[in-house]
Design a protein around this ligand. Structure first.
Ligand code: FUB
Length: 345
């Protein structure tokens, strides 16, 4: 992941023009997954730290070790840091890099889903359980069987079933799983094993969860994004292809699959008719923010819809020191979403 050129940015002016302010500023936070549980907003972010890891194209500088849950009584109220919810040292199978998490609530229990690298250098996805939405969470001894890559996001369906979306290319290792087993060749090259530009892009994955939310109940399936002609988006279509950070929400009976395009720094979305897709590309939700990564969630609060996202404005552009933010999104009559500019002109 190349460092963004930041020398030319006047951060004082930029922060005055920002669509929204960091929700918390005493710690760095990123990758916000927001939910309303029991009429309160809970945000499950990554907890960014400067661990002194050198910057590289595999994201080694994202060396996060733990999670804090942020809560808000309402969308305008103060965001509260509820302290340590889970630390990598308490997860038997995980060594490092606690990346973007998500959470779910079922039958009075709260489930924190998180990616981390195991001692073999392979990303997998784990689950930790608590009686409280703010933790502390008790991790399962093993990662979810059959899980791989990063960025879990869980959709609760009306019938009480849950689906996990996940995946990320480059440092997220999705491209290493193309044959079903991990390809460890060319470990330093983030783009080795990717499809050619004129081939269909790699897709996020989706799997229905077991009733106890601790395992997949099926082999993960491809989340296909189609273009306006019904063809799969191609790997060379960097402004529209899936890179990382999947999220699904439902609006007016349709399923909205949204995601980051990574090296083109956009949050885009596609619409489908069921949790598995396919989804047809519709447009951008968020233009590029300061910082290389862009990652989001979408959550309904009291009848309005909000984009939770992050940028690196507080750290003056340091890619791995980000801050979570929130802004309202609006829909048009045809179900399309109006694109947000993170900094006003
Ligand atoms: O926070 C680490 C990684 O950066 C996340 O897993 C990606 O989605 C990107 O935001």
């Amino acid at each position: 992941m190349p460092e963004q050129a930041i020398d030319h940015i006047d951060f004082e002016t930029l922060n005055k023009k920002a669509l929204s302010k960091p929700l918390v500023s005493h710690i760095y936070t990123a990758d916000p997954s927001a939910h309303v549980f029991n009429n309160k907003i809970y945000i499950y972010p990554s907890h960014d730290v400067d661990a002194g890891e050198a910057f590289d194209d595999l994201g080694s500088h994202f060396a996060m070790e733990d999670y804090h849950v942020i809560s808000m009584d309402s969308i305008d109220s103060v965001a509260v840091d509820n302290g340590l919810a889970l630390h990598v040292n308490d997860v038997p199978w995980a060594e490092k890099q606690m990346w973007a998490p998500d959470a779910a609530h079922k039958n009075g229990k709260y489930y924190l889903f998180f990616p981390a690298k195991g001692y073999d250098g392979i990303f997998r996805i784990g689950v930790a359980v608590s009686d409280s939405p703010i933790g502390p969470f008790k991790p399962q001894p093993e990662a979810i069987k059959g899980s791989f890559s990063i960025d879990p996001a869980v959709l609760e369906e009306n019938d009480g079933s849950y689906y996990m979306y996940f995946g990320g290319i480059w440092g997220g290792q999705l491209q290493r799983w193309r044959t079903g087993t991990f390809n460890a060749e060319h470990p330093e090259n983030p783009t080795a094993h990717l499809p050619k530009d004129n081939e269909p892009a790699l897709t996020a994955k989706v799997a229905k969860m077991t009733d106890d939310l601790l395992e997949f109940s099926e082999t993960p399936k491809d989340v296909v994004i189609l273009d306006e002609k019904g063809n799969p988006i191609l790997a060379g279509d960097n402004e529209r292809r899936f890179f990382e950070g999947p999220w699904v929400h439902k609006y007016n009976g349709k399923y909205y699959f949204s995601y980051s395009t990574g090296d083109t720094h956009l949050i885009c979305y596609a619409i489908g008719d069921n949790p598995y897709g396919p989804f047809t590309y519709k447009g951008k939700i968020l233009n590029p923010v300061v910082g290389w990564t862009s990652h989001h969630s979408i959550c309904e609060v009291n009848g309005k819809w909000y984009l939770f996202y992050h940028d690196s404005s507080l750290s003056k552009g340091v890619t791995h020191l980000r801050s979570i933010k929130v802004a309202e999104i609006t829909y048009n009559d045809d179900g399309t979403i109006n694109t947000l500019n993170p900094y006003k002109d």
